[in-house]
Design a protein around this ligand. Structure first.
Ligand code: ADP
Ligand code: MG
Length: 618
């Protein structure tokens, strides 16, 4: 079977891995590095540069060098105006309110998906070479807070790169998968991911292969680049003090300073001092000038203490949002290249009181997690078959009689999932129904979030309750919901796809809070409706049994059952019957009583199947 690869797509770097003989292998690119910078540039002759080579010329060719494109993928222009100011290239709105990236050297505009596709293509080529076969399927990672549109756009980028994206997984989930590979138990894990330009802290409950994100807290502009910049500023300030020249105004010098700063920073993760040597950094009337200096770990930590301190807020926010006590964290997992900085590691250790878990390079762990997921999907690696990846955060259902919501997929269901139920019409001769798709925990449709409406026409006219409409809710592995409705008799079918089950954290919290707050009130209001719904379904079932199988019952029995039915029908039909639940329940109860049931049972199969009735749609 063809191999499925895993790609961790970071804002700064990407990394590709594959499972070989059940062992993860991180694949080095053509330049020999396991990490490929997510940078695409266009040069003077229109030639395209991807990865390290593009990063190396970034500051000299800022307008045509696309970095941090992840900030724009799947976003509306309005949402990224601030982020657009942080990059060196021009970000423009497209005609649909989306984002395009201007490339002046080619006099052309690109979508963020097109640029991302170039990076994915390079990584896939890397994998092809390593595996000696063409790779066509991939698992990609995204940050946990990516919404559906960002996820979809990431998938589209894969498609543009000629790859089938089998699944998109959350970055912290990928890290936990690696962790899970080595130990399996029920635990609360804090994933601290400090990459090149972002910090994401995620708290997950992990157990039996199920990963539930309890909270995530991010700082979009805090990462390794900021540490580099501290060193650049220090070098430039020193140089200016001695030579009176600000090197930051010289693009070429700045490029070299930035590279030297990152190199020194990385060295300081393993040694106590780094030499910074930049000959011919500039020239004055006195001749060429050089930088030749030493940076110690102590100096570096001092200049970066403010950055490290900023990590505190996100850790504390995540713990607070997860509504757990710090002591409930069983394990701390470090992800992202910048967690190799000893001072960062130490800070996380002292703040959480836990020795961080770090078995794989933190900048490779995401791709390894993606590769593990890929191997599950590719060859169905059985020991991981039970692994499921995400949950529904809210219940999903449809509006039924009297504005109530009937749940199809309860909250916290593991996805992918599928559920079908039979519904029927609410009035005689009804030929169309409208299915109002809802999300939320409140008992009434009006209090929940409306996701869309599906109408099914051409139902064969029949008495109410007779047509059988099969409603199916299916959520695929990427969280995309398809609702379909099928008239069993005519086989007419319609469906609706909802790409957006995503709910912002704040909105989610509010919805859950409201559901709790109004629960008693809602229950009171819904009791009579429930009673009426049950009674209506009871009437339909009993009527059907009487017509189809009534021959088996005695005339006398039939007469009193019909009398009961008539009373119940009339009670339900009263406009205020929803309030008259006692009468409805009493009559329904009689139909279900010890006296009635044996007679009905004798007529045939069990009488009682609860079906809701979708609201009238004509
Ligand atoms: P992202 O997830 O944002 O794409 P990564 O996880 O690859 O990024 O992290 C990239 C950052 O990690 C860069 O700023 C890089 O300089 C930094 N980094 C990589 N290795 C080290 C190291 N040994 N010490 C300190 N920083 C490192
Ligand atoms: Mg990352």
């Amino acid at each position: 079977m063809a191999q499925v690869i895993g790609i961790d797509l970071g804002a700064t770097n990407a990394c590709v891995a594959v499972m070989k003989d059940r062992t993860p292998a991180v694949i080095a690119n053509a330049e020999g590095y396991s990490i490929t910078p997510c940078v695409v540039a266009y040069g003077r002759n229109g030639d395209r540069l991807v990865g390290q080579i593009a990063k190396r010329q970034a500051l000299m060719n800022p307008d045509n060098t696309f970095h941090s494109v992840k900030r724009f993928i799947g976003r509306k222009y309005d949402e990224v105006i601030d982020a657009a100011e942080q990059v060196s290239y021009q970000v423009l709105p497209d005609s649909n309110g989306g984002v395009k990236l201007n490339c002046p050297i080619l006099d052309q505009e690109f979508t963020p998906e097109e640029i991302t596709a170039q990076i994915l293509r390079k990584l896939a080529d890397t994998a092809n070479k390593y595996l000696g076969e063409e790779v066509t399927q991939v698992v990609l990672t995204v940050p946990p807070y990516f919404n559906d549109s960002q996820r979809q756009a990431t998938k589209d980028a894969g498609k543009l790169a000629g790859l089938e994206v089998l699944r998109i997984i959350n970055q912290p989930t990928a890290a936990c998968l690696v962790y899970e590979l080595e130990r399996r138990s029920n635990e609360t894990i804090l994933v601290f991911d400090l990459g090149g330009s972002t910090l994401d802290v995620t708290i997950l409950d992990v157990g039996d292969g199920v990963f539930e994100v309890l909270a995530t807290s991010s700082e979009p502009y805090l990462g390794g680049n900021d540490f580099d910049k501290k060193i650049v500023d220090w070098l430039a300030a020193e140089f200016q003090r001695i030579e009176g020249i600000d090197l930051r105004n010289d693009k070429q010098a700045l490029q070299r300073l930035t590279e030297a700063a990152e190199k020194a920073k990385i060295e300081l993760s393993s040694v106590t001092q780094a030499e910074i040597n930049l000959p011919f950094i500039t020239a004055t009337q006195d001749g060429p000038k050089h930088i030749d200096t030493t940076l110690t770990v102590t100096q570096f930590e001092k200049m970066c203490s403010e950055l490290i301190e900023r990590c505190r807020i996100q850790i504390e926010n995540a713990i607070r949002d997860a509504r757990i006590d710090k002591s409930a964290i069983d394990e701390v997992v470090l992800v992202g290249g910048s967690t190799r900085i000893p001072a960062v590691k130490e800070f996380v250790r002292s703040l959480t009181g836990k020795e961080p878990y770090q078995s794989i390079n933190p900048d490779e762990v995401g791709s390894v997690g993606a590769a593990i997921q890929a191997s599950v999907l590719g060859d169905g690696w059985t020991s991981f078959c039970c692994v499921s990846w995400d949950y529904t955060y809210l219940s999903l259902g449809i509006e039924t009689l009297d504005g109530a919501m009937t749940t199809m997929i309860p909250r916290h269901s593991i996805i992918p999932t599928k559920k079908s139920e039979i519904f029927s019409t609410a009035t005689d001769g009804q030929t169309s129904i409208e299915i109002h798709v809802l999300q939320g925990e409140r008992l009434f449709a009006k209090d929940n979030k409306s996701l869309g409406t599906l109408r099914l026409n051409g139902i064969f006219p029949a008495p109410k309750g007779v047509p059988q409409i099969e409603v199916t809710f299916e959520i695929d592995a990427n969280g995309i919901l398809t609702v379909s409705a099928k008239d069993i008799a005519t086989e007419q079918e319609r469906s609706l796809t909802i790409n957006s089950l995503f709910v912002e954290q704040k909105e989610l919290e509010q919805m859950l809070k409201d559901a709790e707050k109004y629960y008693q009130e809602d229950i009171k209001l819904s009791e009579p409706i429930e009673a009426r719904k049950m009674a209506a379904s009871l009437v339909v079932q009993t009527e059907r049994q009487l017509t189809e199988l009534g021959k088996k019952a005695s005339e006398a029995d039939k007469i009193w059952i019909e009398e009961l039915l008539k009373n119940l029908r009339e009670t339900i039909a009263k406009p205020d019957s929803a309030n008259d639940s006692l009468a409805v329940l009493a009559l329904g109860g009689k139909l279900l009583s010890n006296k009635t049931q044996p007679v009905l049972m004798q007529m045939g199969s069990p009488i009682y199947a609860l079906t809701g009735a979708p609201k009238t749609g004509n």
